[in-house]
Design a protein around this ligand. Structure first.
Ligand code: ADE
Ligand code: ZN
Length: 338
């Protein structure tokens, strides 16, 4: 194994853009389907994996939402979270900010309480066992009515304490960030952080809108930013981070080849870019695979990998003590290399 692969494995990492529902490996999907007596249109794991060929985002979302049907009870959330955090910890990911889509589960009669009843103990146990920490992002679906998200957020009550931020995901084209100004105003008043998927398939002005109207502190993806040089300057000057997901972009045909990915150009221009996994069970890999493909494509060495990792540690949804500790871990790792 090349030395850089060892470096990537040993590097303490943070995944800031991972959807819990996108971490269900085929094996888990079948296990939950059987447990909950949910019929799925695939005979075995092999057949299911074959279905993981997507033309674009909407294509993928159909398969992804179909996959979420197998989740029916708190125990399922526990198992999914536990499995993901184990895998992440095996790769030396020491923190993960995880998106959860409440609307997807409310449709099945699963409440936020039920979701958290599974997720929180799994996160606490993983922290105790591996030292990995988690931040939760309440992720709203942009193709659904604003009123739905406003109701969920306004009725969240004490459960708010378990979430670091709100997010906005799903079908992007035709659903501009501007539609969700009221939601982000509410989140801001509640003291939540704010992130939004923008410029994945959508144009650069969606990124601009997310910054100008939603006042986000992070942009998820942001691939189309290079189409607007003025916006590149703004994002560089403000150091608003981009949580980019190269393997996701490749699998959803946002790019045809990793050489087209803007991350290398953006890093060289001084933007605060990070590398993340998005939906790792669907896109062929977790953090290591994403870091590897970018490093190989752009001839990155330890310096670039440390920079994107430090960027992630700088903006992870963690408390100040945890950030100090994460930085210490990274510093120790980096010093042990010299
Ligand atoms: N939900 C899960 N993965 C997503 C992605 N890549 N883009 C938008 N919404 C998503
Ligand atoms: Zn995403």
């Amino acid at each position: 194994m090349p030395a850089l692969y060892h470096f990537i494995q040993d590097l303490p990492k943070a995944d800031l853009h991972v959807h819990l529902e996108g971490t269900i490996e085929p094996e888990m999907l079948f296990l939950l389907a059987e447990r909950n007596k949910v019929k799925i249109p695939y005979g075995n794991e092999e057949e299911l994996r074959k279905a993981y060929h997507f033309e674009h985002l909407v294509d993928f979302l159909t398969v992804y939402y179909q996959g979420t049907r197998v989740i029916q009870q708190s125990e399922d959330f526990y198992d999914i979270t536990r499995a993901y955090l184990r895998k992440a910890a095996e790769e030396n990911t020491i923190h993960a900010d995880i998106f959860i889509d409440p609307q997807t589960h409310l449709d099945k009669g699963i409440t936020l309480e039920m979701i958290l009843e599974g997720v929180l103990p799994a996160a606490a146990e993983a922290q105790a066992q591996y030292g990995i920490t988690t931040g939760l992002i309440l992720c709203f679906l942009r193709h659904r009515p604003l009123s739905e998200s406003l109701t969920i957020l306004s009725e969240i009550g004490p459960l708010k304490a378990h979430f670091a931020a709100v997010g906005l995901a799903a079908k992007e084209l035709g659903y501009p960030p501007k539609n969700f100004v009221k939601l982000y105003e509410m989140a801001d008043k509640m003291g939540l952080k704010k992130t939004a998927h923008a410029g994945e398939e959508g144009p650069a002005f969606y990124i601009q809108e997310a910054i100008e109207f939603l006042h986000v502190d992070r942009i998820d993806h942001g691939n189309s930013i290079l189409d607007d040089p003025q916006l590149v300057e703004t994002v560089k000057n403000t150091q608003i981070p981009l949580t980019m997901c190269p393997l996701s972009n490749l699998h959803l045909n946002v790019i045809q080849n990793v050489t087209e990915h803007p991350i290398d150009r953006l890093l060289k221009r001084g933007l605060k870019v990070t590398i993340n996994s998005d939906d790792p069970s669907y896109f062929g890999g977790y953090m290591n695979a994403n870091l590897k493909v970018v490093a190989e494509t752009f001839n990155w060495g330890e310096k670039e990998l440390l920079t994107v990792t430090q960027n992630a540690f700088d903006v992870a949804y963690v408390n100040p003590d945890r950030r100090i500790r994460m930085n210490e871990i990274l510093r120790n790792f980096s010093q042990s290399r010299t």
